[in-house]
Ligand binder design. Sequence first.
Ligand code: C5P
Length: 400
Amino acid sequence: MLHGKHILLVISGGIAAYKAQTLIRLIQKAGGTVQAILTKSAAEFVSPLTVAALSGKPALTELFDLTQETEIGHIELSRSADLIVAAPATANLLAKLAHGLADDLASTCLLATDTPIMTAPAMNVRMWEAAATRRNMATLRENGVIVVGPDEGEMACGEYGPGRMAEPEAILAAIETHFEGAPKPLAGRYVIVTSGPTREPIDPVRYISNASSGKQGTAIAEALAALGAKVSFITGPAEYANPQGCDIVRVTAAREMDAAVEKALPADVAVFCAAVADWHVANPAQTKIKKEAFEDPPPLNFAPNPDILKRISTLESGRPDLVIGFAAETGDLEARAARKFAAKGCDWLLANDVSTHHGVFGGNGTDIVFFDSNGHERWGAMTKTAVAQKLAQKVAAHFR
Ligand code: C5P
């Protein structure tokens, strides 16, 4: 319920702007009040008159509208709200917010406030996945901006993927959670999550690694933190290595990851999501290996890395209450994963097929077979975020 809560709704220009009208109604139905600001391009998608009629207040658009400036003032406007919600939030609006640009009423209000800000990004999938947007989103998350969505699906432009604005009902739920405080079933629990690839040096400039993006581990760490767990996120050099609300420990080689896990113990739960190299080069060269020094390609001698998952699963004392492993296989998934589950000694194992044609490494989707002492079950095709949420809920249920 939102009784007594005043929301400043910033609508920026995207096809999803029409959904902001539903959001206004939902907020009002829940007992809240809404003051809407439209960017110039939002006014091309929805009429300020309609928004004004729905919200019962003039829809504001211009920074230099004297009446608005003298009677309300943009500073007062943003500070008097209990929450600012930018929905839809375009790539442009998010970039401006990340960089502190203020060249219209919407961006000025977002900058001139210490009121919490929630954003519901909406954009084409390529724009959402662009390196610049990813950097901006990481900055915004670091700055404490709440991000809802985007959803994955068919886009107005005909492409498929993440970028669709979260449904108004989901945004309302996030607003209510913000005010009520979400239930925190994992409060007081301490969790270790490993993620990403490891990098095993050959010489000071060359290394052996793998294609793990860190997406699944990041999503799991965030989902556990959202349920109140204190998360120590131990990551190799990955593209995704910045989960919100977690303590981050960055490592390079498997033996460093092992040492970091050891240091992070004791823990209630350990999730081993990292794609750890099985071997390291036994004697990495101290200086760059010169092509001229070898007639044939130089031989590499390998030594085994510690199997972190197995080591922690079989600890005689100080074993986490719940140890969760992953299995990345290429073919014959269930049989191989079943063998791995038995060999590692973990409590749960999440197996998926990472053959290149499945696009799991680096992709947003996966297809999990879940093993525990009762047997195994297929979770079916899901996004990595959905897998993370399901796993976090299962962890919470384990401790209930
Ligand atoms: O043996 P394999 O690498 O297939 O097992 C995968 C599982 O074991 C993952 O949970 C991974 O994080 C973990 N693992 C580990 N240390 C290793 C190798 C794998 O923790 N050296």
